[in-house]
Design a protein around this ligand. Sequence first.
Ligand code: UDP
Length: 362
Amino acid sequence: MKYDFLIVGAGLFGAAFAHEAKKKGKSCLVIDRRDHIGGNVYTEEIDGIQVHKYGAHIFHTSNRKIWEYVNQFAEFNQYVNAPIAVYKDELYNLPFNMNTFSKMWNIRTPEEAKEIIAKQIANLDIQEPQNLEEQALSLVGRDVYEKLIKGYTEKQWGRDCKELPAFIIKRLPLRFTYDNNYFNDRYQGIPIGGYTRLVERMLEHIPVRLNTDFFTLEDVAYDRLIFTGQIDEYYRYQFGPLQYRSVYFETERLECENYQGNAVVNYTQREVPYTRIIEHKHFEFGKQPVTIISREYSREWEPGVEPYYPVNNEENDGLYERYRQLGKAEERVVFGGRLGQYKYYDMDKVLEAALAAAEQYL
Ligand code: UDP
């Protein structure tokens, strides 16, 4: 038979597109290289705990339509992300807010905090921040930058803060109130039962072939291709490879009920080799007698490891643009998701993009 759509990648983009296509009566085949669906949002239950196998995923959005969309597939809990940052023997709240500042400088009021920050950047004369370092300094001053941003960012991205785009740090809220919510979005939570089940429900009644590589696929006929893998790989790296960051995890099961008291603890010091430790049960208020933790390490992507983050500096964005132009010229191919569009997308933005593509192509 001939499918209306071949969808490469069973992550959020592919699953949402497939769901919409199916609803409109189109036939789809979803394939994925891995042995499971869900892409990097995949969760696996261990000892009754949903383990985020490819790193912590906290769903948050301000788009009511998207919130309602995901709530069709799962009920969400009331988790609110409020990470802790550890620098040497000091402990701070994230994102950068009055709790962070009062601990850093032993002060109480927003006015005091603003004054200190202004003093710390007075001699820098930053007009329009040109890179992550300038952006961070101009927002939070020297102390917070040195203790909570510089080391963490250089570990996470493997690049000097001066070589990274400013927008990366603007992902984080900066507040002069005592509010540790890591996101400004109206809606937030973790799907009860895990992300894998959520994606399963999106893919209900849709054929999925796992352990199936698009590049060696034979004998599948289709009208249109939805490709959510790396766009540079699709084009055989003909202009050269795009850069990505990868992460890997050291996951441990501990015979203790509560290891770190929070789902996310960041280690912002350069010398600690991992960036953060995730204690999965705290995403769902777990009461199990054991716990699962994952130390997260960052590394440069190379063929054979999983890509996680596009490195959206000027050079890579320029290269991506060349691949995008090739893509645009193709009638039968649509690129989607973090890898297909080389974009540091959050989950809600991936879904927005998938629904927009569904509008356009269905
Ligand atoms: N960041 C930081 N210190 C922290 C946490 C984050 O400097 O303790 C910076 C870092 O540059 C990171 C960026 O903020 O890459 C975005 O962080 P986010 O938590 O959004 O990253 P993700 O969860 O997507 O890996």
